[in-house]
Design a protein around this ligand. Structure first.
Ligand code: ADP
Ligand code: MG
Length: 267
């Protein structure tokens, strides 16, 4: 279970301002190119939205970044020095890349605080909770404070003692984001966070993700155009496994090609 890392292990180096470099990535499934020479960079502290029609390769892209799928060719670097393509899924989480899947996986019978407590690990715990911390049943003051801060960040401070099963769909999604934040990721990947949310929840999710970027980088894949517009950051449009266009939403809306392949289809 325990992984010992060599003394030469490079840390995350974002001295060039870039946290993720993807170059010329290709992934084929039975000859079909889910990713086709895709290149993309994400800056440290950036909030990036990725849109694109169904089948554009958005989920496959996240699979490659997190080590679930290995590309046929291309490269993927975390900062200047860490080659993601040589790392296991588990190592990639440990390096500081966390991914939120669409379906919330909170423990419904546990409280909000209980869920956060299960996910929380002490700072500098880059190699995971120590055996002592795992055996320890007593919550430290440090842990209690950290959990309150997390709950506050995700807008659930007033619900700390509520069973997760009693939360609204949107609140469960925020709790799930909180569980990932407890791992202290440097890059947070979020796949379709607002599906099934009310307008009010969508708005608050946009606010939350905007707030979370800065201290870390956040990459959001989303279909909901109202959400993408309200986030108003740099948007990357994927189409047939490559980047079709990139820029502010306003400029993409003027782009004929983007309108044809994507914006036209969902209004
Ligand atoms: P998106 O998330 O943008 O909708 P995906 O990355 O899920 O797109 O899929 C891109 C394409 O690759 C789709 O045509 C999909 O059917 C195909 N694909 C994805 N995963 C697999 C797989 N494991 N086996 C075969 N084809 C796949
Ligand atoms: Mg997808």
């Amino acid at each position: 279970m325990t992984e010992y890392r060599g003394i030469d292990e490079p840390g995350l180096d974002v001295s060039h301002g870039v946290i993720l470099y993807l170059e010329d990535l290709s992934v084929s499934f039975d000859g079909f190119k889910a990713l086709n020479a895709l290149s993309l960079t994400v800056d440290a502290g950036e909030l990036r939205c990725i849109i694109g029609p169904n089948g554009a390769g958005k989920t496959t892209l996240m699979d490659v970044i997190t080590g679930k799928t290995r590309p046929d060719s291309g490269s993927a670097w975390f900062g200047q020095q860490i080659d993601l393509l040589t790392r296991s899924e588990h190592e990639i989480v440990e390096l500081g890349i966390s991914r939120k899947f669409q379906k919330p996986s909170v423990f419904e019978r546990h409280t909000v605080a209980g869920n956060l407590s299960l996910a929380w690990r002490p700072p500098q715990g880059a190699s995971g909770k120590s055996v002592w911390a795992t055996l320890r049943h007593q919550q430290s003051g440090e842990e209690r404070d950290a959990i309150a801060a997390l709950a506050d960040e995700i807008g659930l401070l007033d619900h700390l003692e509520a069973p997760a099963g009693k939360l609204s769909h949107g609140q469960k999604q925020w709790l799930e984001i909180g569980l990932l934040l407890a791992q202290q990721p440097k890059l947070l990947l979020v796949d379709e966070p607002v599906a099934g949310m009310t307008q009010q929840e969508i708005y608050r999710t946009a606010e939350l993700l905007t707030r979370l970027a800065g201290d870390r980088s956040v990459v959001v894949v989303e279909h909901d155009m109202a959400f993408i517009r309200s986030i108003a950051q740099k948007v990357t449009v994927l189409h047939e496994g490559s980047v079709l266009a990139e820029g502010a939403m306003a400029s993409l809306q003027e782009d004929d090609h983007v309108r044809r392949v994507y914006l036209g289809e969902s209004g």
